[in-house]
Design a protein around this ligand. Structure first.
Ligand code: AMP
Length: 385
């Protein structure tokens, strides 16, 4: 962000634009609209989750100059819903309007090699890792990390895509071939006790706040459920929140940033990865917190004071993947009849594919375990028998 935008406060009904038209963009737009902003999207497809609810939308790839020009013609400020936006496109926009997070944050977090190098340089805790860009580096990684280890493509991996576990050193070459011999990071296998995340919001003035720690459970490398606050002690909770603040500060980011951690049995926190934006594990803040992660994104973008991050109640979220549509439309009414307290979010995606995130359920309950049990039972009740 250029300094001339640093102290700008954008008041409603200014026009806010999000790059990326998926569910994260959609929930950002909904938060912005509730606060009186005009809000629109630059997305690759018409009628995506974002453009369905947008006041205006521009269809086109985000690194395409004509699309960027027409987007620029609509916006007073820009944010992103995903990290694979080209840095030159963001820099081009940043010379003209506030862009939060700025290109540097996005550029660091869109590539695992850059991200790990950055975090290591700032002394932040990581699982052992090595760069793999050549055959010699692959050999060295295997020697240094042993097995099992995990090879991850440096660019454009998500939800476990672009990752191969190497159980036997003699398979490392085959694993790298499977990933197309592109630049990768090799990571030592972490026998974690759990996975947790912290969503942090940071304003242009450097003020930053964190939500309580989220406990995340994955299935097939895709987030399955989140519980907040995570059942971790006060020291781990403070450490996780402080580390998330340190990352945001080190990046100098403005906006929302999510830090995902492995938590080991001895209580050590290792940073797994960063997302320079709201995150699936923060969706339950829509109902569960004073100000949701998407409201924080709006506030940070507009130069407004950040909102409260306290929970109004412990909360649980379960994802609704396309697999649930296997035998037809899920039984929404049956699920709601069973538990009137469950909140349904659907993202408006037209086709349900296995593993595709179609929506989520949130449950608030004074007891977090009960919240999770109710959310899981509600998802079960969606399956027609
Ligand atoms: P990522 O895309 O890096 O978040 O990886 C997806 C999931 O794979 C993580 O949430 C973990 O459950 C698992 N995973 C990734 N890296 C490791 C590792 N170094 N050790 C153990 N499990 C891992």
């Amino acid at each position: 962000m250029s300094p001339r935008h640093a102290s700008t406060i954008l008041r409603p009904p200014a026009s806010l634009g999000v790059i990326g038209g998926g569910q994260l963009g959609r929930m950002f737009l909904q938060a912005a609209q509730r606060m009186g902003y005009r809000a629109g999207v630059l997305g690759a497809i018409p009628e995506g989750p974002g453009s369905q609810v947008a006041h205006w939308s521009v269809v086109g790839p985000p690194d395409h100059l004509p699309a960027l020009r027409s987007f620029l013609g609509q916006v007073d400020a820009v944010t992103v819903e995903f990290e694979n936006v080209s840095a030159p496109a963001l820099r081009w926009l940043e010379r003209r309007v506030p862009v939060r997070p700025g290109w540097k944050t996005v550029w660091v977090s869109q590539n695992r090699l850059r991200e790990k190098t950055f975090l290591a340089r700032h002394g932040l805790p990581l699982a052992p890792w090595r760069p793999v860009r050549t055959e010699a580096e692959l050999v060295r990684a295997v020697e240094d990390l042993g097995s099992p280890m995990i090879l991850k493509t440096a660019a454009s991996g998500y939800d476990g895509k672009g990752q191969v576990r190497v159980d036997d050193p003699s398979n490392a070459g085959a694993a790298w071939n499977q990933l197309g011999r592109v630049a990768c990071v090799a990571e030592g296998w972490v026998t974690f006790a759990s996975e947790v995340s912290v969503v942090v919001a940071r304003g242009a003035d450097g003020e930053a706040v964190t939500f309580p720690v989220a406990l995340n459970r994955h299935e097939r490398h895709i987030l399955d459920s989140t519980v907040m606050p995570a059942p971790v002690g006060p020291i781990v909770s403070r450490d996780a929140r402080d580390l998330a603040l340190s990352v945001a500060q080190a990046l100098g980011t403005v906006g929302v940033l999510t830090v995902e951690f492995f938590l080991t049995a001895e209580g050590r926190l290792l940073i797994n990865e960063l997302a320079p934006r709201p995150h699936n594990s923060g969706h339950l803040t829509i109902e569960g917190a004073v100000a949701s992660q998407f409201e924080q994104q709006v506030r940070a973008l507009c130069g407004l004071p950040l909102g409260g991050t306290d929970l109004v109640s412990p909360a649980a979220m379960v994802n609704l993947l396309g697999d649930l549509w296997k035998d037809g439309e899920p039984d929404w009414a049956g699920m709601m009849r069973r538990d009137p307290g469950v909140k349904l979010h659907l993202y408006g995606k037209k086709t349900a594919a296995p593993g595709r995130k179609m929506g989520h359920l949130t449950v608030l309950d004074p007891d977090r375990d009960t919240a999770l049990a109710r959310a899981i039972a509600a998802r079960e009740a969606l399956i027609r028998r």
